[in-house]
Design a protein around this ligand. Structure first.
Ligand code: AMP
Length: 178
């Protein structure tokens, strides 16, 4: 993957100041996704990174993690599993609650989504504080996968989300915002 192609993707991310609340600089990836060349770059870059690593399930976090997560799963011959907000999944679930800046949030996964021995790639669009991904990691770990990887399209390293995750977990992002 040429670095210039990823630089182009990064340049297409739209900054929205004070969304959804004052003080947050929202990274809007819809301006990337609507560009056919940028979408193909993301698909190719992720497939290059994860092809041949034995991944059996890509787990995407609601809702922006569904987009590239499902594309990647198809590219590498893995299945796709959604992690959703409470009350959305129809069959038996396991849940995890976690602290957010204000209050508590909960996420769910189907209880039969991961089987022991699965090699799992957890995917979301953006790493901020890492709280959401840590909760997703703990949900998936409880289902006894053989290995878990984590990937984001982009990350905000200044928020130190990486520090929340166990040291042994390989975490990647296609590009970072300083
Ligand atoms: P966190 O748990 O803080 O890492 O937040 C992760 C989730 O919130 C991801 O699903 C992101 O899509 C979303 N998110 C958090 N901060 C931002 C931001 N500045 N711009 C866009 N999305 C964000």
């Amino acid at each position: 993957m040429q670095q210039s192609a990823l630089e182009r993707v990064k340049s297409l991310v739209r900054n929205i100041p004070d969304f959804p609340v004052k003080g947050i600089q929202f990274k809007d990836l819809t301006t990337v996704l609507k560009d056919p060349q940028a979408l193909a770059t993301i698909s190719d870059a992720l497939a290059e990174m994860y092809r041949g690593r034995g991944i059996t399930k890509v787990v995407g976090i609601e809702s922006r993690g569904f987009i590239a997560g499902a594309i990647l799963a198809s590219r590498i011959g893995a299945g796709f599993v959604p992690i959703r907000k409470p009350g959305k999944l129809p069959a038996d679930t396991i849940k995890k609650s976690y602290a957010k800046e204000y209050g508590v949030d909960t996420i769910e996964i189907h209880a039969d989504a991961i089987v022991p021995g699965d090699v799992v790639l957890l995917h979301d669009d953006l790493l901020a504080t890492g709280g959401t991904m840590l909760a997703a990691y703990e949900l998936v770990k409880a289902m006894q996968p053989a290995k878990v990887y984590m990937n984001f399209i982009c990350s905000l390293p200044a928020l130190k989300g990486r520090d929340l995750f166990p040291q042994e977990v390989e975490v990647t992002s296609l590009f970072d915002f300083d």
